[in-house]
Design a binder for this molecule. Structure first.
Ligand SMILES: Nc1nc2c(c(=O)[nH]1)N[C@H]1C(S)=C(S)[C@@H](COP(=O)(O)OP(=O)(O)OC[C@H]3O[C@@H](n4cnc5c(=O)[nH]c(N)nc54)[C@H](O)[C@@H]3O)O[C@H]1N2
Ligand SMILES: Nc1nc2c(c(=O)[nH]1)N[C@H]1C(S)=C(S)[C@@H](COP(=O)(O)OP(=O)(O)OC[C@H]3O[C@@H](n4cnc5c(=O)[nH]c(N)nc54)[C@H](O)[C@@H]3O)O[C@H]1N2
Ligand SMILES: [Mo]
Length: 693
């Protein structure tokens, strides 16, 4: 029997999960009428979501039914990068892609390029992982977001582990360190607000006076890349005033004597110089941290996108053990909870399918890598690129080089996408992908400890196919006949956590909580080799690196170059999610235009008025913005809010024109917030010449 529109209207909302790269991983309820998703809301029964979504994701139905969705496979019909395409059938596209891949003598010339456009374990690296493993393609080192901090945390605490986020509500002191929680971690902010109502002090540590800084009691507006110096000076004060938990240190930490000596090299006066902070702010914070119990740190990735990001994370991660904060469930630190999930990666991705040699290519240097010629050391040139769940032309550093790489006429590029992004514009084939409302998936989280299941709410829009379907069908055309290529998406969802999670509960409720102790490290038991919080890392020392955390200054600190005297950071605009949602008009209207926040002193010195068009430049490139003169940026610092689509930018570029392909001290990560620039008035640019979407 055919369902009618009125039947559909009566059906209950479909339970799902927000797919976006965000710590909150919310439980969604999608209301469908006549086959159309009309409303996406937060599930009130899921404690973390508590029925509330951010502004962006409450527009998810608008994004899924957007008139610009790619509806059919597209084949390039103009010059590389022109964004000119002709519709073709799925068979034509997949046959041709498989033929092109088969024709390559060395499969390592193929590179998958993906990140967290969806955080789903199934539409992420499940079938795709199997496909590229079986093919023997180059492997991608997925470093673009969190690997410096992830490595720092792993060296110190043993993994991406920490406090349960809900217990922040009971903390008496919360340090929000390197994060604009209101913009990027709204459901954590709810707990911080609750703590505030119960009398907690909130401290924000951020070079930008963010929306979050506005709402905290105290704001330490340090220069970017100076967090390790601040952390070491806090330790100095904890030591000299004996605000230490000696028992916790003796029982549950490793390397105390070394750390003590290191910290004593950092009196607050020295750190104040390096950080650009008043001495009194540092000593007061140390006093508060040493004397308030329970104290909790919400560390986040904003502070590790610099040259010394790995060691800065290590330094901060030592603090809770020094004061015994872990003893209380509302004390300790949370940067990421992703390591607490028993994800069955090998069962999903099947690394044993890989037979030949494999090389690994860092996604954060894709510009340089695409331009790399073949050599004995490097191996074959990258000849084919298959992009899914990512928009590298907009998000990868030093886009001048990235664009040149993507414009190579001899590079064969396939992009699985919802929209014609800057990256899709450079494809030879664009394959229309399903959104979260149209496919199955299962999710872990990096900000809480629940597993979420996503059921499809509507049929695929147009001819869209899920990533898994595309890789299954490519596998068939390549003659990969291992049974694992026949697994359907529901089977993959079951595989993701195996017996560790009750799948029946997921089917019934849409979410299930992991069993995590209330105060996981109250008595040590860290997942490090020693089981202790490792102030000293033997593993790093064995690699010839400093075994103790230390301050690694920015390569491009403010004032370090006469030509480019300003430091620039480029944190996200609140209503975009990396480069996702830039094409959703209602959200773009809130963000208005690419903006550069600049302090009045720096603006005045350059004859820049509030609202003027400005050019920001360095040796790597140049970018135009509308200046916002305010105290959001401190003197010496400018803030270019990201990440606009290049083609929606004022002169068809975005902030990554300026960022570099240098890598961090640990974790091989990009250093987006370690970037020196100059700014000038762009009055010569007539308002009429401004390219607008
Ligand atoms: N609305 C929104 N939410 C998002 C995202 C988004 O694009 N938009 N992105 C998502 C993703 S991919 C991630 S990884 C997470 C990121 O989460 P975070 O990185 O925690 O969050 P951001 O809000 O990006 O915070 C970056 C903050 O760090 C500050 N910062 C920059 N340099 C430094 C520094 O050297 N030291 C310190 N202490 N602070 C510094 C910036 O000014 C900014 O306020 O958020 C996710 N959530
Ligand atoms: N200057 C500067 N650059 C940055 C950052 C910064 O702070 N400053 N932040 C960095 C960080 S933290 C990150 S994580 C990266 C993020 O970089 P990316 O992971 O590339 O994130 P997005 O820009 O959101 O692009 C994701 C794309 O995936 C697509 N997508 C979503 N779901 C699906 C799906 O199911 N199937 C397919 N095929 N496609 C899908 C979306 O349409 C979108 O175009 O950017 C980094 N770049
Ligand atoms: Mo990220």
């Amino acid at each position: 029997m055919q369902a009618t529109a009125s039947d559909a209207a009566a059906s209950p909302p479909v339970r799902g999960a927000c797919p976006h790269d965000c710590p909150d991983t919310c439980a969604l309820l999608t209301t469908v009428e006549g086959g159309v998703a009309v409303r996406v809301q937060g599930n009130p029964l899921h404690a973390h979501t508590a029925g509330t979504l951010c502004t962006k994701v409450s527009r998810y139905a608008e994004r899924s039914h957007h008139p610009d969705r790619v509806l059919t496979p597209l084949k390039r019909s103009g010059p590389k990068g022109s964004g000119q395409f002709t519709p073709v059938s799925w068979d034509q596209a997949l046959d041709d892609i498989a033929a092109r891949l088969r024709a390559l003598p060395d499969p390592q010339a193929v590179l998958p390029y993906s990140y967290a456009g969806t955080m789903g374990l199934v539409q992420g690296e499940a079938m795709a992982g199997r496909f590229f493993n079986r093919l023997g393609a180059s492997q991608l080192d997925r470093t673009i977001c969190a690997s410096a901090g992830g490595e720092g945390l792993t060296q110190t605490l043993g993994g991406k582990v920490g406090m349960k986020v809900e217990h922040f509500a009971d903390s008496q002191l919360i340090l929000i360190w390197g994060s604009n929680s209101i913009g990027s971690n709204l459901h954590f902010w709810r707990h911080a607000q609750e703590a505030k109502r119960r009398g907690a002090q909130l401290v924000c540590i951020d070079p930008r006076r963010s929306e979050t800084a506005d709402k905290c009691h105290t704001h330490l507006q340090l220069m970017p890349g100076t967090d390790a110096a601040l952390a070491l000076a806090l330790m100095h004060e904890l030591i000299t005033h004996d605000w230490l938990d000696h028992d916790y240190i003796a029982r549950y930490t490793l390397g105390w004597e070394g750390l003590r000596a290191r910290a004593l090299e950092w009196p607050p006066e020295r750190a104040a110089q390096v950080c650009g902070l008043p001495v009194a702010q540092i000593t007061q914070l140390a006093r508060d941290y040493g004397q308030t119990k329970p104290a909790a740190i919400r560390l986040n990735y904003g502070m590790q996108r610099v040259h010394g990001g790995g060691n800065a994370t290590r330094a901060v991660a030592c603090l809770p053990a020094l004061v015994g904060a872990w003893r209380h469930r509302a004390g300790g630190l949370l940067m990421s909870s992703s390591g607490m999930f028993p994800v069955q990666s090998a069962a999903l991705q099947r690394p044993e399918l890989r037979r030949g040699p494999s090389r690994t290519i860092n996604m954060s240097t894709i510009g340089r890598d695409l331009l790399q010629p073949a050599s004995a050391k490097w191996g074959p040139r990258i000849e084919a690129l298959i992009v899914y769940n990512s928009n590298p032309v907009a998000v990868a550093p030093e886009s001048g080089q990235v664009v040149r790489g993507f414009q190579r006429e001899d590079l064969f590029t396939v992009v699985l996408e919802h929209f014609l992004t800057d990256t899709a514009d450079h494809a030879d084939y664009v394959l229309p992908a399903t959104t979260q409302l149209e496919h199955w998936d299962i999710h872990s989280s990096y900000g809480h400890t629940d597993v979420l299941l996503n059921r499809p709410a509507i049929a695929p829009v147009g001819q869209a196919r899920s990533n898994t379907d595309v890789f299954r069908q490519l596998a068939a055309r390549m003659g990969f006949d291992e049974p694992c290529f026949a697994d359907d998406d529901e089977a993959l969802c079951r595989t993701a956590f195996g017996a560790h999670v009750d799948f029946k509960a997921l089917l019934e409720h849409g979410f299930a909580s992991l069993k995590v102790p209330e105060a996981p490290y109250a008595e040590g038991g860290f997942p490090t080799p020693s089981g202790r919080c490792e102030f000293f890392s033997q593993r790093l020392a064995d690699q010839g690196l400093d075994g103790l955390p230390h301050h690694v200054p920015n390569r491009e600190a403010a004032g370090s170059s006469a030509r480019y005297p300003l430091a620039m950071i480029s944190p996200p605009a609140r209503n975009f999610l990396n480069s996702t949602f830039v094409n959703v008009k209602s959200l773009r209207d809130i963000e208005t235009e690419p903006l550069l926040e600049i302090h009045a002193d720096d603006a005045q010195a350059r004859g820049i008025q509030d609202g003027a068009l400005v050019r920001i430049f360095n040796d790597r490139g140049s970018y135009h913005c509308r200046a916002q003169v305010s105290t959001r940026a401190r003197a010496g610092l400018v803030v270019g809010l990201g990440i606009w689509w290049r083609k929606m930018g004022i002169q068809r570029t975005n902030v990554n024109e300026l960022t570099s392909q240098h890598l961090s001290d640990l974790g091989r990560a990009p250093v987006f917030y370690d970037c020196a620039v100059q700014v000038e008035n762009a009055a010569e640019l007539q308002e009429a010449a401004v390219v607008r979407p």
